[in-house]
Design a protein around this ligand. Structure first.
Ligand code: NAI
Ligand SMILES: CCCCCC(=O)/C=C/C=C\C/C=C\C/C=C\CCCC(=O)O
Length: 263
């Protein structure tokens, strides 16, 4: 899991991550008897405190923390190699690292979109059945802003539309090529995390649109982190889901079909 230490997935390890262990393990023949998780993140401070809690609860042998910045190709490559050496395989990749700052928009594209593409290509070296892997599933965290416009955040919107488009095309490319790897994306609404704080400062040149953003928050409401994790596991364990974009609202979750231009 990349981008694992604060925010959407942080609290969930204790609450419901391992509740889905059996369903996840059932998908691949070479898996051992327990789910093992490598947490890749650039935030060392948060990592150390969460790792202490998690290792007490689940045991050191099931967890691995690897410092890794998705903007750095060599770091991502080394982190996947270390995961392979430690656990013997990679079956699930969660591309969750993301940032929001409309002022540093090139960096936002680099982390939110280029980072997802980079990690996907590198992990395929290990998962791809044509290269001796066991297949697997990749879940990219996009956003509702990957489906419709978040007007105060044009570049964040572009990065998340890019993630949805990449997911759909990569899924089809993988299926047609026989990689044995499914690719899906999560599109949550607003979630109470560090990214969803101090919003006016994150909007950069569009800070004057903060009131409209607040109205959207009131319209959609706030999604619980546990709802996002449940949606994540649906995409992992439902083998019919490939190229899917799963929208996570406060009251429900639903799939967003891709628009066809040939009908
Ligand atoms: N909070 C929200 O309302 C929503 C968030 N999302 C998406 O969910 C994902 C997670 O966001 P949150 O948990 O809200 O944010 P967050 O800021 O609380 O957590 C993001 C995590 O990604 C890590 N990260 C950031 N840049 C990184 C890099 N270059 N390399 C490696 N790790 C890096 C951070 O250290 C942190 O652990 C993001 O992709 C975000 O765009 C999607 C919809 C709604
Ligand atoms: C400003 C805070 C941003 C928080 C991060 C994030 O990604 C949250 C996004 C949530 C919702 C807003 C995005 C776009 C809304 C537009 C369209 C959704 C269309 C859904 C549909 O039913 O068709």
């Amino acid at each position: 899991m990349i981008g694992a230490f604060v925010g959407i997935f942080e609290a969930q390890f204790s609450q419901c991550f391992w509740a889905h262990e059996e369903a996840a393990l059932g998908l691949w023949t070479d898996c051992g008897s327990s789910l093992q998780v490598a947490l890749l993140d650039m935030n060392k401070t948060e990592a150390e405190s969460l790792m202490q809690t998690l290792t007490k609860q689940y045991g050191q042998e099931r967890l691995l923390f690897l410092h890794c910045d998705v903007e750095q190709e060599e770091q991502v490559k080394a982190a996947f190699q270390k995961t392979m050496d430690t656990f013997g395989g990679i079956h699930i990749l969660c591309n969750n690292a993301g940032i929001l700052n409309e002022s540093t928009w090139e960096k936002m594209i680099s982390v939110n979109l280029v980072g997802v593409i980079r990690a996907t290509y590198l992990v395929l070296e290990h998962m791809n059945k044509l290269k001796g892997g066991q297949g697997g599933v990749i879940v990219n965290t996009a956003s509702l802003a990957g489906i419709g416009p978040l007007v105060s955040c044009p570049v964040y919107t572009a990065s998340k539309h890019g993630v949805v488009g990449f997911t759909r095309a990569m899924s089809a490319a993988s299926a047609l090529s026989g990689y044995g790897v499914r690719v899906n994306c999560l599109c949550p609404g607003f979630v109470q995390t560090g990214l969803f704080s101090n919003i006016p400062a994150r909007l950069g040149p569009f800070s004057h649109l903060k009131d409209g953003t607040q109205l959207l928050v009131e319209k959609f409401g706030i999604v619980n982190m546990s709802q996002v994790v449940e949606a994540f596991f649906e995409l992992v364990t439902d083998e019919t889901k490939d190229g899917a974009a799963l929208l996570v609202f406060q009251q429900e979750r639903k799939y967003m079909p891709a628009v066809s231009v040939t009908d």
